[in-house]
Ligand binder design. Structure first.
Ligand SMILES: Cc1ncc(COP(=O)(O)O)c(C=O)c1O
Length: 404
């Protein structure tokens, strides 16, 4: 990717003309799509012993090495999964079960309430069905967990802690956590520390060894690879109990036939993202800052949620509350103008829910409902930002009239 808009490429296939929802999924990079297409035409189960199987195995192992290298891991520390949700389940449940099996007093799970549902609902399930005791980690106004806060919560009863899990970067408001500091505090007490790095892995220098984390979750479709493949980067010597049982692939940690085409496409996307990261981070941050300026110029009472632009915020993330609006109504008005964005929060049975992230950060329900996320990625251009700037003022006015 180049530094300028000329470097950004349009997503393949039909897409909304202005796509500002890269945090939900980002278009496949052409190189990744080509690698996957080529590999789909090949035959072979990577576990088979014949020539075709050995060829598929080589594809998987080369990809594993490339992904490991990009994220500061050893190849043996890469456990392929079906994506971020599965990797989060494997980390949170697997670490909990292993720690409790080693010492039945270990029932405490420490996490902030702003996690993605893939972590949050695992923790809730462990609480309901496995006797886990959840300690919610306190947050500052920008949604950050401090090392001091983690230490204080651990020290209430360190011997009873099973694990801590704090996401690297938040998918709604873009808050970047001090992961290395948090992992260091957990390490003082030999507590395994997991971080969901799904949103960070395409935009920030995510590194397993340097972070000191025990386990990191990544997924391909947020960094220009395909949907349906991801990995848990699991540091050597960290024990966990598998969630899936079967053929014993991935050294018995994750059974299931390895998806060689998706894994190869994942590795191509990862390499591409790693090579482009520094320039692309600057390019996205500059676009994001202009997007914020244009939205605030058109809607002066809009409120930017999350940290101020800078190192504590994902470069591609802008998230606002628009007073007096319903987020989903505003989303549909923008969609009608050809602009795709997100409320950032889950929609249960077709009913929009207020963002659990904003609620956890202390927002009231109206502010949490009237919010929208605009997220930028490799195909984003200045023209996308300008298109939003041109229509956001009128769309907010219409959404306000509709809400009265
Ligand atoms: C922070 C975070 N964790 C986990 C996931 C889930 O990943 P996947 O879609 O690969 O299951 C997402 C994607 O929405 C996410 O943003």
């Amino acid at each position: 990717m180049g530094h300028h808009d000329a470097g950004a490429r349009r997503p393949p296939g039909p897409a909304s003309p202005v796509y500002l929802d890269h945090a939900a999924t980002t278009p496949m990079l052409p190189e990744s799509l080509a690698a996957m297409t080529e590999e789909l035409a090949q035959l072979g189960n990577p576990s088979s012993l014949h020539n075709a199987g050995r060829r598929a195995r080589r594809v998987v192992e080369e990809s594993r090495e490339q992904i490991a290298e990009a994220y500061g891991a050893r190849p043996s520390e890469v456990v392929f999964t079906s994506g971020g949700t599965e990797a989060d389940n494997l980390a949170v449940k697997g670490l909990f079960w292993a720690r409790r099996a080693a010492d039945p007093r270990r029932l405490r799970v420490l996490t902030p309430a702003i996690e993605h549902h893939a972590v949050l609902d695992c923790v809730g399930w462990l609480d309901q069905h496995e006797g886990a005791e959840v300690s919610w980690l306190p947050l500052d106004d920008a949604g950050r967990v401090s090392a001091g806060a983690l230490r204080e919560v651990i020290e209430r009863d360190p011997d009873a802690v099973a694990l801590a899990s704090v996401m690297w970067a938040n998918n709604e408001v873009g808050t970047v956590q001090p992961v290395a500091d948090l992992a260091a505090v957990a390490r003082e007490h030999q507590i395994p520390f997991h971080s969901d790095a799904v949103q960070a892995a395409g935009q920030l220098p995510v590194d397993l060894a340097e972070s000191g984390a025990s386990a990191l979750t990544i997924t391909a479709h947020k960094i220009g690879g395909p949907v349906g493949v991801g990995a848990l980067l699991l540091a050597r010597g960290v024990d966990l109990v598998p969630v899936l049982h079967g053929g014993g692939q991935e050294r018995d940690v994750r059974s299931g036939t390895l998806d060689a085409p998706a894994i190869r496409a994942f590795a191509v996307a990862v390499q591409h993202a790693a090579a482009a990261r520094r320039d692309e981070g600057k390019r996205l941050a500059a676009l994001r800052d202009d997007l914020i300026a244009q939205v605030l110029a058109a809607v002066p009472d809009a409120v930017l949620n999350g940290p101020a632009p800078g190192p504590d915020r994902l470069p591609g993330n802008a998230h606002f509350s628009f007073p007096g609006c319903e987020g989903d109504a505003l989303l549909m008005l923008l969609d009608a103008k050809g602009i795709a964005c997100s409320t950032g929060s889950a929609c249960t049975a077709g009913i929009a829910q207020p963002s659990h992230v904003l609620l956890a950060m202390g927002a009231d329900e109206a502010r949490a409902r009237g919010s929208l996320r605009f997220s930028l990625g490799h195909s984003s251009t200045q023209a996308d930002v300008d298109a939003l700037g041109a229509v956001i003022g009128e769309a907010v006015e219409r959404a306000r009239r509709a809400a009265r």
